[in-house]
Design a protein around this ligand. Structure first.
Ligand SMILES: NC(=O)c1ccc[n+]([C@@H]2O[C@H](COP(=O)([O-])OP(=O)(O)OC[C@H]3O[C@@H](n4cnc5c(N)ncnc54)[C@H](O)[C@@H]3O)[C@@H](O)[C@H]2O)c1
Length: 418
């Protein structure tokens, strides 16, 4: 059912951290922010006062508020059950990454979207940076031929103090999530540009580094970074790299059988480089093009938002989907595809990087086989025999890390238990 009249779409946002970026762009794309929800009361009240919206510290009560749509920016590993509750309350849903934390949750989420008839958008913002949108446009126009090999990289190191401030609590998800799981920022752009999906994965990790103070002074007990090799459904291969290596940056590279496209690694990384071999290019084509693409639509608004405009376009496409009644490009199936790669890559890494098939949850027959698969390293839900967070097993936090964590978390206003 689409949102036919020109009424603003009444929006609620869960999570007052990352959720702020959705709150900030809501009006520009035709939402009216009416309610927010967070269990962290001080943060909730502060943001509620600043934005003059109704606040809730309880998700069930928040869902009773008169809204059309909700954005889920709660914890990384808790989105799927929140989405399902929102559908039961008759809301459209946009969900931050990951879409689901287990394969069983993926199955259940796909079914819930189909049952609900509501819009589900996976809020992957990286495909919508200007150079990724431009690569999609030029790839789809056939300019570098068929996709053969690709790379997506999301490398994000930070000092221990900065990381601790974002991960308050020993069991905050950022402190235990295995390094393969946060993979959608690096995989999504390649899927989006080439319209392919992963069908098989091999996972690798660079282990926790006892000589790296950004790890030994931090409360995180998982590995340095992950490399995931995906076989795509057109037989192309892609490499996803993400984690806390030195060399901050987001890079995408697409090799076709007629040329190469990538964003530049040097100087302004928003520039796009296209390369064609001199011996086979058309006469009027340059061998190399390097330029900084802009946005084809909504450039004024998009350039003011975070993550290279990506934060604008997720909300923009969510609003458009609600108004037209058509599921967005980043629908539930693509959201699940890219999220479960992280789970399966962890299974692979723990099994000497053996290949693992990526099930396609568009098919109920396939879903049936995974509906009880609750394999998870979540300290709250894991059972005997379920996986560790690091390839090295259980990491004991050094005393220095524990002391620094308590100090930083106290400054954040987070009550440390022990
Ligand atoms: N796409 C991006 O560029 C990007 C950037 C940052 C974060 N994220 C994603 O956004 C999500 C949130 O991350 P974050 O950086 O804000 O940190 P976070 O995960 O610490 O924040 C989650 C917020 O949700 C609140 N919350 C948790 N459980 C709740 C509940 N039951 N009811 C109401 N509120 C609840 C927490 O108090 C917290 O304020 C994560 O999934 C993360 O992966 C995405």
């Amino acid at each position: 059912m689409n949102h036919q009249d020109n009424r603003p779409i009444r929006l609620g946002v869960v999570g007052a951290g990352r959720g702020r970026s959705y709150m900030n762009v809501s009006e520009a794309v035709g939402f009216e922010l009416v309610a927010i929800c967070d269990t962290w009361e001080e943060k909730l009240e502060r943001v509620g006062r600043e934005l003059n919206v109704t606040t809730y510290n309880d998700y069930d009560r928040f869902l009773q508020h008169d809204t059309d749509a909700v954005v889920l920016c709660n914890f990384f590993h808790q989105h799927a059950p929140f989405a399902e509750k929102a559908f039961s309350a008759g809301k459209h849903v946009m969900s931050e990454c990951a879409a689901c934390h287990t394969l069983a949750e993926g199955v259940s989420l796909a079914r819930a979207v189909e049952r609900s008839g509501k819009i589900y958008m996976f809020a992957e913002n990286y495909p919508y940076s200007a150079y990724n949108q431009e690569m999609r446009r030029r790839y789809q126009a056939g300019e570098i031929g068929d996709f053969k090999y690709g790379e997506g990289e999301y490398v994000h190191p930070d000092p221990a103090e900065v990381k601790l401030a974002r991960s308050c609590g020993w069991d905050h998800w950022r402190n235990w999530i295995p390094s393969t799981y946060y993979c959608t920022h690096s995989i999504a752009p390649v899927m989006y540009i080439t319209d392919t999906r992963p069908v098989k994965v091999n996972g690798f990790v660079v282990p926790y580094d006892t000589d790296d103070p950004t790890q030994t002074r931090h409360a995180k007990r998982s590995d340095t970074c992950a490399i995931i090799i995906c076989r795509m459904d057109n037989e192309a291969v892609m490499k996803s790299l993400h984690g806390a290596l030195r060399g901050h940056g987001n890079y995408v590279r697409i090799h076709g059988n007629k040329g190469l496209m990538e964003n530049c690694r040097h100087g302004d990384k928003g520039r796009l480089r296209i390369w064609r071999e001199p011996w086979e290019k058309e006469t009027d084509q340059p061998t190399e093009e390097v330029y900084k693409p802009g946005f084809a639509v909504a450039a004024d608004l998009a350039t003011k938002t975070g993550h290279g405009g990506g934060d604008f376009f997720t909300s923009y496409h969510f609003a458009q989907a609600i108004r037209t009644g058509e599921q967005p490009y980043l629908d539930v199936y693509r959201g699940i595809d890219m999220s479960i790669v992280g789970i399966l890559a962890w299974q692979s890494a723990l099994n000497d990087s053996a290949p693992i098939k990526v099930p396609d949850f568009r098919s109920e027959q396939i879903r049936k086989q995974y509906e009880n698969d609750d394999w998870s390293p979540d300290p709250e839900r894991k059972r005997e025999g379920q996986p560790p967070s690091s390839i090295l097993g259980e990491i004991d936090l050094p005393t220095e890390a524990k002391d620094l964590a308590r100090e930083i978390w106290a400054k954040q206003g987070y009550a440390v238990d022990i």
